[in-house]
Design a binder for this molecule. Sequence first.
Ligand SMILES: O=C(O)[C@H](O)COP(=O)(O)O
Length: 304
Amino acid sequence: MSKKAGPKRPTGPRRVRTRPRQRRSNGFDLRQKAVAAYPGENFQATLVFSRHGESEWNVANIFTGWVDVDLSEKGLGEAKGAGELLKADARCGELRKTWEERTCNLALEAADQLYVPTNKSWRLNERMYGGLTGLDKKETVVKHGAEQVQVWRRSFDIPPPPLEKDSKYHPSNEAKYKALDPKDVPDTECLKDTIARVMPYWEEAIVPELKAGKTVFVAAHGNSIRAIVKMIEGISDDVIPGLEIPTGTPLVYELDADLKPIASPLAVEPLKFGRYLGDAEKIKAAAEAVKNQTKAARGTGRCA
Ligand SMILES: O=C(O)[C@H](O)COP(=O)(O)O
């Protein structure tokens, strides 16, 4: 069968390409890089977490929970630094974030990705610290003892004491939470409670983008990130107390077609799959500093 002549190609001088071929978006190149880096792993998508940059209450060592506080000068720098690291390593396709928008916006601006579609949800908020909200962490140790405070901070299923409904820190007294179903507004939360309210968002707002092969950047909080990471890494209830999340430091997961994490040689215990971007020694020291926020000064028994 003779080939039917296709449409007549316009005659006249051939258009000379005056500009170099437009490079595919970095996203595609980085995706190719990731696919090439994990041959045989059936790479599907990249997931990046970053805890917010250091906040003013982190500096003051105050239990924060759902209270929305500003970033410190150092935290602003950390947020920008996270974006600079992202720029080199992960082209975000989607952004999921909490109400704490400062870190996201600064990070995406530094990564030249302010155009990324964003979505925010209270479900990514920090664990609600209940009756500890607004209290100094070291003074709380002096009052209740280091062991009890460690249980409240890092146990899997033992929450801090509930916060009084009439407290100025109770979310039900904040306009931005007025639309929430009252049953979703906690008086206190343990990590198990945090997981229970983060997971519906993970399934509905993050998984579909990952399944579409997009790089999703989740800017959230120490314990809401611990909640998702526990599930991704398969960390047990008795090991999870040992996981600390430093502020403003991108944590990258490459996921396979079943959204299972691909092991990374750069992962640091108790992580097996996630790799932090940045200086490993600085990151280790920052995670240790989070752990030591409740440590009293050596030998005095008083708070440092
Ligand atoms: O809510 C807070 O105080 C911090 O953001 C997390 O505190 P933690 O490291 O003591 O859990």
